[in-house]
Design a protein around this ligand. Sequence first.
Ligand SMILES: *[C@@H]1O[C@H](CO)[C@@H](O)[C@H](O)[C@H]1NC(C)=O
Ligand SMILES: *[C@@H]1O[C@H](CO)[C@@H](O)[C@H](O)[C@H]1NC(C)=O
Ligand SMILES: *[C@@H]1O[C@H](CO)[C@@H](O)[C@H](O)[C@H]1NC(C)=O
Ligand SMILES: *[C@@H]1O[C@H](CO)[C@@H](O)[C@H](O)[C@H]1NC(C)=O
Ligand SMILES: *[C@@H]1O[C@H](CO)[C@@H](O)[C@H](O)[C@H]1NC(C)=O
Ligand SMILES: *[C@@H]1O[C@H](CO)[C@@H](O)[C@H](O)[C@H]1NC(C)=O
Ligand SMILES: *[C@@H]1O[C@H](CO)[C@@H](O)[C@H](O)[C@H]1NC(C)=O
Ligand SMILES: *[C@@H]1O[C@H](CO)[C@@H](O)[C@H](O)[C@H]1NC(C)=O
Ligand SMILES: *[C@@H]1O[C@H](CO)[C@@H](O)[C@H](O)[C@H]1NC(C)=O
Ligand SMILES: *[C@@H]1O[C@H](CO)[C@@H](O)[C@H](O)[C@H]1NC(C)=O
Ligand SMILES: *[C@@H]1O[C@H](CO)[C@@H](O)[C@H](O)[C@H]1NC(C)=O
Length: 456
Amino acid sequence: MAWTRSIVAALLVVSNTLAVQAECPSRIPKRPEIKPWPYNTGTPMPHSPVRETGRVCYVRESKNKEDDAAPNILQAFQQCNHGGTIVFDKTYWIASPLDLTFLSHIDIVITGEIHFDDSDVYYWNDNSFKYRFQNQSVFWKIGGEDINIYGDLTNDKSLIDGHGQVYWEEIETNRALLRPMLLSLDGAHGLTMSNIRMRNPPHWFNIIANSTDVLISNMDLEAKSLNGVEIANSDGWDTYRSSRVVIQDSVIFNTDDCVSFKPNSTDVVIQNLVCDGSHGISVGSLGQYVNVTDIVENLYVFNISMSNASDGARIKVWPGAYTDFQEHLVGGGGLGWVRNVTYDTFYHHNNDRAITITQCYGQSNRTLCNEFPANLTIEDITMRNFWGQVSSKLDPQAGTLVCSASDRCGNIRVENLTVTVPSGKSPVYECSHVDAALLNMTCIEPTDERDTEQGR
Ligand SMILES: *[C@@H]1O[C@H](CO)[C@@H](O)[C@H](O)[C@H]1NC(C)=O
Ligand SMILES: *[C@@H]1O[C@H](CO)[C@@H](O)[C@H](O)[C@H]1NC(C)=O
Ligand SMILES: *[C@@H]1O[C@H](CO)[C@@H](O)[C@H](O)[C@H]1NC(C)=O
Ligand SMILES: *[C@@H]1O[C@H](CO)[C@@H](O)[C@H](O)[C@H]1NC(C)=O
Ligand SMILES: *[C@@H]1O[C@H](CO)[C@@H](O)[C@H](O)[C@H]1NC(C)=O
Ligand SMILES: *[C@@H]1O[C@H](CO)[C@@H](O)[C@H](O)[C@H]1NC(C)=O
Ligand SMILES: *[C@@H]1O[C@H](CO)[C@@H](O)[C@H](O)[C@H]1NC(C)=O
Ligand SMILES: *[C@@H]1O[C@H](CO)[C@@H](O)[C@H](O)[C@H]1NC(C)=O
Ligand SMILES: *[C@@H]1O[C@H](CO)[C@@H](O)[C@H](O)[C@H]1NC(C)=O
Ligand SMILES: *[C@@H]1O[C@H](CO)[C@@H](O)[C@H](O)[C@H]1NC(C)=O
Ligand SMILES: *[C@@H]1O[C@H](CO)[C@@H](O)[C@H](O)[C@H]1NC(C)=O
């Protein structure tokens, strides 16, 4: 009867605050026991003690869309931080930015619905949290130590909804609109997040930044346009300046990277994901900024089922010289390395390329790419146990492995690759400055790059 006790306790807590509600507190689901499986980062997640039963804050619901829940949410976190539990079991509309990076030893239960107010996209353009990194912005950020965020996917709620539709429509006419990401985990050390639905981010779904020991599991992500307007970006997760991250057992329907490893992502495991419509599980893009060192190493990507994507396993690095790729997307000449990355067990269905490795990102002219080779090296890469069939788009080509000079790439291996092409022809791959003896595939000379995505 632990939950009865916590309800009684919750009623005691609620009696002296406006932030929380007294009517019908719901049963709190138990914190799920999630473990990294089958792979892990080599370091166990820090121990997370059970929360105090006497400290449960039920956040007061929004009366209507105009009733901003943010002040009540902040008050609840201040009250139940350091050992308590926050419960979102009703419907909440958030209409102002929320900085929740001061947390410690707290559980956050989301069995209700969290919506971000979409009545004025320019309010968020002006008031979202801004990041220098890729000019990003976000509605709210969560950080601190020993945090568990969880919902219950057996109910039809447990929802975080960014209402991206209006932003996707607005950028058709104003590309400069800053569209918030749905969630930033920023400066989180020892955090789990599981069993939550995330819907329709104006920009990316999630960034995991400045963080260590993060485990994400059993998530359900979907970006869906109501009227055919293009869904811009919608990356599932981007990792940045973070170490020891596991993302597993989740389903992602989107239109950009399913998972993307941005600068300084190390010791990351991605496993048992189903991705549909994406741009792949992508390292990069890296090397965009002169004199900046980007490091991505020790990644294990296991058991991915990917459909309807532009790319599957992907590593993208800018060349050594400045490149004018697209409006708001220029760069090249950065330093660093991508090292010790394994993609193991990867099912392909209707993806344009099974494998994409490029050190000419943004530079479709191969001559120019090779003239100024990348300063960011790619080494110790293994891709193994890939099967399924790519799309007809590039048939009989099934992928591309293009380095800008042979001393900038090393030990790139492909093993047990049985991906087919729809025509039934023998699949071919573009290869340049890679050691063909380690590939066991049919290589052809690359043509100029046919990459027209609105990439990042
Ligand atoms: C960031 O925004 C500024 C001003 O709009 C622009 O000049 C710059 O290219 C942008 N940078 C990136 C990485 O998008
Ligand atoms: C990461 O931490 C730095 C400070 O060390 C901060 O400036 C930045 O906003 C944080 N988040 C991101 C996404 O860069
Ligand atoms: C990444 O790490 C390198 C080496 O420590 C450092 O020079 C660089 O500034 C870091 N980059 C970011 C974006 O933090
Ligand atoms: C691979 O992931 C799928 C879920 O997409 C899961 O059903 C299956 O058990 C996993 N296989 C292994 C070997 O872990
Ligand atoms: C990069 O560093 C070099 C050497 O310190 C310096 O001369 C150059 O101005 C820097 N370039 C940029 C774009 O910061
Ligand atoms: C390479 O990465 C794997 C995780 O994918 C890790 O277990 C291994 O220790 C790393 N190897 C080196 C030499 O760092
Ligand atoms: C891929 O796209 C097709 C057509 O758009 C769709 O029917 C299918 O459900 C998608 N996903 C999979 C797994 O095939
Ligand atoms: C690529 O660049 C080279 C060197 O500047 C130039 O001669 C060639 O015409 C370019 N190719 C295309 C297709 O633009
Ligand atoms: C980066 O690469 C360019 C062209 O390949 C080269 O001219 C330059 O010296 C390199 N810079 C560094 C710091 O290695
Ligand atoms: C090759 O990959 C397939 C999946 O496509 C897997 O079932 C098989 O066990 C692998 N073979 C070896 C020898 O690892
Ligand atoms: C190369 O791949 C073929 C099938 O695609 C396989 O039969 C052969 O054993 C592989 N060779 C090596 C050296 O791995």
